[in-house]
Design a protein around this ligand. Structure first.
Ligand code: LR7
Ligand code: MN
Length: 521
C-alpha cells in the first residue's frame, strides 16, 4: 500500500516538473505567424508580459526604421549629448527631478498600458479630425522634452497629428527648441521674453492650423491610444473639454506608475487644486469603467479642446503671469458658459510631478499665484469670493490689474452665476460655517414671525434682545435664514411666490440674499 502511494507521488512530481518546463517553453516561444499585423506589435519587449488585445510599438528591430523615419534628419543622439549632467553635479538642481535617470532612459521607452482592460476593445470613428499639439516650456530638460514629443509621434495615429507646436518661453538655450524643429511636424516658436505658460499657450493656439487643440506639459509620456478617446468626445460635442487620467512618472527613478481611475479635480477655498474621490453616489452609478468622469476643474496642463470653442470662450486670461490659477479660470468659464469638463479613463498620459518649481518667478511665486487666483475669483466667483479671501487673507489688497475685459466677456457670453456652478457642478464643496447672527426680519416696521408649524406672517415687533419672542427671532447663517430646525424656503425667486418653513437642506430653501426676501415678501 505504502509503495503504491510512493509511486503515485513520484509520478505526480515528474508530471509537475515536465508541465512546468512545457509552460516556460511555450511562454518564451517566438510569436507564430509573423506576417500578422497584430503579432508584430504584440511581441514581448523588455521582459514585459504580453497583454492580449493591446497594440504597442516596442523597440524591436522591425519598428526602428519606423521611428527613424518619424524623426527625419533630426540627430537625437547629438541633441541629447549636447547637454549632459556634469560629473559631481546635483541631478535634481536644475529641473527638480533626477536628470541623471531621465537622461539614462534616452528618447523613448516602452511603458505599461495602464488603462482598464475594457478600453482596448472600444472603437473610435475611422474619420477623426486631426489636432495641433501645443507644448510650452521654459528650460525643460532635453531628455524629458524629446520623450514627450517622441511618445506623441509613436503612440498616436499619424493622421491625427497635424503638427506639434513648441513654444520656447525664453529658455536660456534657444537650440533646445530650434533643433527639435528638424523633426517632421514639429514647429518651434520662441518668445522674445519670458511670458509664462498662459500667454505662451495662447500664442501656440493662435498659430495652430488644426480644428482641435491638445495641450501637454513638456515632461509627459503619452500612453497607448491616448488621443482617440479625447478627439472622439470633442468631435461628438465641441463644448466638451476633456482630459486624460494623469499617470505618475516618478521624479526620482522615472518609473511609470498608474494613477487611480476614481479621481476627479477639486479645490479648496484658497484655490488650491487637489485630486479627490468621485462622490460615492456617482461611483455606485458607474457600471462602465470606461465612461467619462465629470470633473469640477481640470489639473490644467493636459487637455483637448475644440479650437473655435477655445476662441469663442475667450482663450485664457492673458493678464495672468508665469504659472497658476489659469486652470480654475478656464474650468469655471467652461462650466458657467455652456460647456463641460470630463476626464476620460481610456486615455492615459504620464507626467513628472515635482515638489518645487525649477524656474524663477520674476514677481515672486506667492504674489504671482495671488494675482492669478484673485483674477479668477474676482471675475467668476461672485459673492463666493468672500470665502477665497477668508481662506487666503494675504490676497487682500494685492495688485491684480484690470479685469474689465474679462467681465465684459462674461457678460457677452451670458454665463451662469457661480451659485449655479456650486449647486450643479460642485455641490460637495462645503461653504464654511458662518457665525450665526440673531436678528429680526423687518418690513415696513413689522416683523416676520412664524405662527404654529407652517404659517408665516408680519406683525408688530415685540421685545428686544433676550426678551424677543422665539417666533420673531431669526438666525442668519449664510446662505440660510433659520429658526430652530427649519429654514425659510420659497419655490421661486418671483414676487408672490409663497414663503414657507422647510428643513434647511431642502432644495428650495431660500438661500441668502436678504434683498431676495424683500422682493418676495
Ligand atoms: O514660465 C513658465 N513658462 C512655461 O512655459 C512656466 C512654466 N512653463 C511651462 C513648463 O515648462 C511646463 O511645460 O508650463 C508647463 C507647466 O509648468 P509646470 O510643469 O511647472 O507645472 P505643474 O505641472 O506643476 O502644474 C500644473 O498646474 C499649472 C497651473 O498653472 C499648469 O496648468 C500645468 O500645466 C499643470 N500641469 C498639469 O496639469 C499636469 C498634471 C499635474 C497636476 C496636478
Ligand atoms: Mn508639469
Amino acid at each position: 500500500m505504502r509503495r503504491i502511494r510512493a509511486n503515485a507521488i513520484a509520478i505526480l512530481t515528474v508530471a509537475w516538473i515536465l508541465g512546468t518546463f512545457y509552460y516556460l517553453w511555450q511562454d518564451n516561444k517566438p510569436q507564430s505567424s509573423p506576417s500578422s499585423a497584430a503579432s508584430q506589435t504584440r511581441g514581448r519587449s523588455h521582459g514585459q508580459k504580453v497583454v492580449p488585445g493591446r497594440l504597442e510599438i516596442h523597440r524591436e528591430d522591425r519598428t526602428i526604421p519606423l521611428i527613424v523615419s518619424l524623426l527625419g534628419s533630426f540627430d537625437e543622439k547629438a541633441y541629447l549629448a549636447g547637454k549632459q549632467l556634469k560629473p559631481g553635479e546635483d541631478p535634481y538642481r536644475e529641473h527638480a527631478f533626477n536628470l541623471q535617470e531621465s537622461d539614462r532612459l534616452g528618447s523613448e521607452r516602452a511603458i505599461r498600458d495602464t488603462r482598464h482592460y475594457r478600453c482596448a476593445s472600444l472603437n473610435y470613428d475611422t474619420e477623426l479630425p486631426s489636432t495641433s499639439i501645443i507644448i510650452t516650456f521654459h528650460n525643460e530638460a532635453r531628455s524629458t522634452l524629446l520623450r514627450t514629443i517622441k511618445s506623441v509621434l509613436i503612440r498616436s495615429p499619424p493622421s491625427l497629428i497635424q503638427e506639434i507646436i513648441l513654444i520656447d518661453d525664453f529658455s536660456s538655450d534657444p537650440e533646445d527648441c530650434q533643433l527639435l524643429a528638424q523633426i517632421p511636424k514639429v514647429r518651434c516658436l520662441r518668445n522674445g521674453r519670458r511670458e509664462g505658460l498662459i500667454r505662451s499657450r495662447v500664442r501656440g493656439a493662435n498659430t495652430a492650423s488644426a480644428s482641435i487643440l491638445t495641450f501637454l506639459d513638456s515632461h509627459c509620456e503619452v500612453n497607448t491610444d491616448w488621443l482617440q478617446p479625447m478627439i472622439q468626445r470633442v468631435k461628438e460635442d465641441h463644448t466638451r473639454v476633456v482630459s486624460p487620467i494623469i499617470d505618475v512618472i516618478s521624479l526620482d527613478n522615472f518609473a511609470y506608475l498608474a494613477a487611480s481611475a476614481d479621481l476627479r479635480g477639486g479645490f479648496d477655498w484658497s484655490l488650491h487644486f487637489k485630486w479627490e474621490q468621485i462622490p460615492i453616489e456617482q461611483k455606485m452609478a458607474r457600471s462602465d469603467p470606461t465612461q467619462p468622469i465629470r470633473t469640477p476643474v481640470i489639473a490644467g496642463g493636459i487637455f483637448v479642446m475644440d479650437k473655435s470653442w477655445f476662441n469663442h470662450l475667450g482663450q485664457y486670461d492673458t493678464h495672468m503671469d508665469i504659472w497658476g490659477g489659469e486652470n480654475f479660470e478656464l474650468s469655471f468659464r467652461v462650466w458657467m458658459c455652456g460647456g463641460s469638463l470630463e476626464i476620460l479613463p481610456c486615455s492615459r498620459v504620464g507626467h513628472v510631478f515635482r515638489k518645487r518649481h525649477p524656474y524663477d518667478f520674476p514677481e515672486g511665486n506667492a504674489l504671482t499665484y495671488i494675482k492669478n487666483t484673485r483674477r479668477a475669483a474676482e471675475v467668476w466667483m461672485d459673492e463666493y469670493k468672500q470665502y477665497y479671501y477668508s481662506a487666503r487673507p494675504s490676497a487682500q489688497g494685492k495688485a491684480f490689474g484690470s479685469i474689465a475685459e474679462r467681465l465684459t466677456l462674461r457678460r457677452k457670453l451670458n454665463c451662469k452665476p457661480f451659485r449655479w456652478y456650486m449647486e450643479n457642478v460642485y455641490p460637495e464643496l462645503r461653504v464654511p460655517e458662518q457665525e450665526a447672527v440673531s436678528s429680526v426680519l423687518k418690513q415696513g416696521g413689522l416683523c416676520l414671525e412664524t405662527r404654529g408649524t407652517d404659517s408665516l406672517g408680519l406683525s408688530e415687533c415685540r421685545g428686544i434682545g433676550a426678551n424677543r419672542p422665539q417666533s420673531q427671532r431669526w438666525e442668519l447663517i449664510e446662505p440660510l435664514i433659520r429658526q430652530q430646525d427649519l429654514c425659510l424656503a420659497i419655490s421661486a425667486f418671483t414676487v408672490g411666490s409663497k414663503v414657507r418653513m422647510e428643513p434647511c437642506n431642502a432644495k428650495e430653501t431660500l438661500k441668502t440674499h436678504f434683498n431676495n426676501i424683500s422682493k418676495v415678501l
